[in-house]
Design a protein around this ligand. Structure first.
Ligand code: HEC
Length: 141
């Protein structure tokens, strides 16, 4: 496996222990529980939105540790995106998963830059990642 894929797999495994029951049901193919699925994906994105604001503040304050902490919370929540059933364009699943993969990769690059104390580099990557939020929302939100 390529290192990035290996890391992504490790993150997915590490996260699965925290998955709420609704998402475990979704993983089992229980498509007849749309209400709880919607709640779960709403909750995941709320977490990502909240932590993303913390990241903005951390960059402003040049606080790499706070930035990494928020990024780790997003990395734990992000694999839930794989189970989303978007309200719009549900037929464009491949595009959705492309954006998800891009987002994960950018988060990992962002975290790496922060770990190196490279706030300027991290800020540039966060700008790119924010474009990925926007692209995915434009089609699927
Ligand atoms: C792979 C696609 C994708 C990416 C990437 C993505 N989002 Fe979302 N986001 C969605 C979808 C789909 C919804 C609608 C979820 C719902 O309401 O069921 C959403 C909803 C939201 C919401 C509203 C929460 C709610 O449901 O009330 C916020 C806030 C949000 N996203 C923030 C972000 C931020 C910030 C980023 C990037 C750092 C991001 N998202 C990246 C797909 C994505």
């Amino acid at each position: 496996m390529r290192p990035l894929l290996k890391l992504m797999a490790a993150i997915t495994v590490a996260t699965s222990a925290f998955l709420p029951a609704a998402l475990v049901n979704a993983a089992d193919g229980a498509r007849h529980t749309p209400a709880s699925d919607m709640k779960a994906q709403h909750h995941t994105m709320e977490t990502i939105g909240r932590e993303w604001r913390k990241i903005g503040k951390a960059l402003e304050n040049k606080d790499a540790a706070a930035g990494m902490k928020a990024t780790d919370t997003i990395l734990r929540a992000a694999p839930n995106i794989e189970k989303f059933m978007p309200h719009r364009n549900p037929d464009k699943r491949d595009r959705f998963m492309d954006y998800y993969g891009m987002f994960l990769q950018q988060l990992i690059e962002f975290r790496t830059a922060l770990a190196q104390g490279n706030i300027v580099g991290a800020s540039a990557i966060s700008g790119e990642a924010e474009k990925t939020c926007g692209r995915c929302h434009a089609l699927f939100r």
